[in-house]
Ligand binder design. Structure first.
Ligand code: NAD
Ligand code: TYD
Length: 356
């Protein structure tokens, strides 16, 4: 039996991690302690959990400002909070950044994961009531043509520095399970969207640029396809796997919701026009086809039958509702947006994209 009393969440100040922590406190029967261990890079914002800190801070929720690449930081947190479960979200997560600066991706995603595993292995020697859950991506499987799906058995074929670094970490996690008997589970998920997503990924970039009357940069011919999943649906799946997933197993998570980028951008233009009192096609003139991303994967599509059949999970948010919730959130959280945009991110985007 898994103990699941004291959980260390890495990367809990980022997009999916912060939503995960909120999900666990608000939507599950978890009664233990949860420690958010985060370096607070450009993508991490401890304020994203101000509500949870107010309600549970100091009793069941704790924030540790730490780096997964620094073993002393990790060892100290595992010991201090008597951690029995690690849920590992922390990563460098944006493909475009990985093209401009791969080194940080290799360091954080590969060496950071290795470091965490080493700490877990020594802290948990011989225990079977513990768990290391690794959060990964469908991008490790490569790129699909017009047909077919990614299964858990699909051979790895990562094609960007980001996906190669995640693939590498996935292999190391599984090697610790096979070699040292460390209890692990893993999930590989499709593209997420929702509140608190850093405004560098497709959906928040488009929402913010429409709001600000800026051009909408669509890479290449706009026909690349992604399988979109609302962040709470990702997190309910992670929670199901952490509770009931089999040791050593991988579970794919997906939206079963494929969209060409350009079609999605058009929908966002229409939804924003309705919100902002403009006629339906008003914002479509902002669409700007720009130079393609190097090595741009064409299509991702997940088969998540294993998760559905074994653990009874299913998506709860259809795309229309999820997009409405996301747009409404971005339109009513100016303070969060200006804070996350004001730091290092602004400097990076100005250097690489001339402030776009
Ligand atoms: P994010 O970039 O929004 O957040 C990453 C978080 O990790 C930030 O809070 C950051 O401060 C923290 N972090 C980075 N380096 C760290 C370090 N060395 N030590 C401690 N903390 C560190 O990322 P996200 O979109 O929330 O993604 C979370 C995880 O989910 C990642 O592992 C990612 O690969 C995976 N994933 C993401 C998606 C997606 O669509 N966003 C899809 C599938 C899987
Ligand atoms: P992104 O949100 O960066 O996620 P990922 O690359 O991990 O799938 O991009 C989603 C898709 O949108 C991808 O095909 C690239 C494309 N894209 C644009 O066309 N314009 C943009 O400004 C961004 C950020 C992405």
């Amino acid at each position: 039996m898994r103990k699941l009393e004291n959980i260390l969440v890495t990367g809990g100040a980022g997009f999916i991690g912060s939503n995960f922590i909120r999900y666990v406190f608000n939507n599950t029967d978890f009664k233990g302690k949860l420690i958010n261990f985060d370096k607070l890079t450009y993508a991490g914002n401890a304020e994203s959990l101000a509500d949870i800190d107010k309600a549970f801070g100091g009793s069941r929720y704790f924030f540790v400002h730490g780096d997964i690449c620094i073993k002393d930081d990790v060892d100290a947190a595992l010991k201090k909070y008597d951690i029995d479960t690690i849920i590992h979200f922390a990563a460098e997560s944006h493909v475009d950044r990985s093209i401009h600066g791969p080194a940080e991706f290799m360091n954080t995603n590969i060496m950071g994961t290795f470091n965490l595993l080493e700490s877990a292995r020594s802290a948990w020697s011989g225990r079977s009531d513990v768990l290391f859950h690794h959060v990964s991506t469908d991008e490790v499987y490569g790129s699909l043509g017009d047909t077919g799906y990614f299964f858990e058995t699909t051979p790895y074929n990562p094609r960007s520095p980001y996906s190669a670094s995640k693939a590498s970490s996935d292999h190391i996690v599984m090697a610790y399970n096979h070699t040292y008997g460390l209890p692990v589970t893993m999930t590989n998920c499709s593209n997420n969207y929702g509140p608190y997503q850093f405004p560098e990924k497709l959906i928040p970039v488009m929402i913010m640029n429409i709001k600000d009357g800026k051009k909408l940069p669509v890479y290449g011919d706009g026909k690349n396809i992604r399988d979109w999943l609302y962040v709470d649906d990702h997190n309910s799946a992670v929670w199901a796997v952490v509770n009931k997933g089999r040791n050593g197993e991988t579970y794919n998570i997906g939206g079963e919701n494929e969209w060409e980028n350009i079609k999605l951008v058009n929908v966002l233009c229409e939804k924003m026009a309705a919100r902002l009192g403009k006629e339906k096609d008003h914002f479509k003139s902002l669409i700007d086809y720009v130079k393609d991303r190097p090595g741009h994967d064409r299509r991702y599509a997940i088969n998540c039958d294993k998760l559905k059949k074994e653990l009874g999970w299913k998506q709860a948010f259809d795309f229309d509702r999820g997009l409405d919730l996301t747009i409404d959130w971005f339109l009513s959280n100016d303070q969060w947006i200006s804070r996350v945009r004001s730091g290092e991110y602004r400097k990076w985007i100005e250097k690489n994209y001339g402030g776009r």
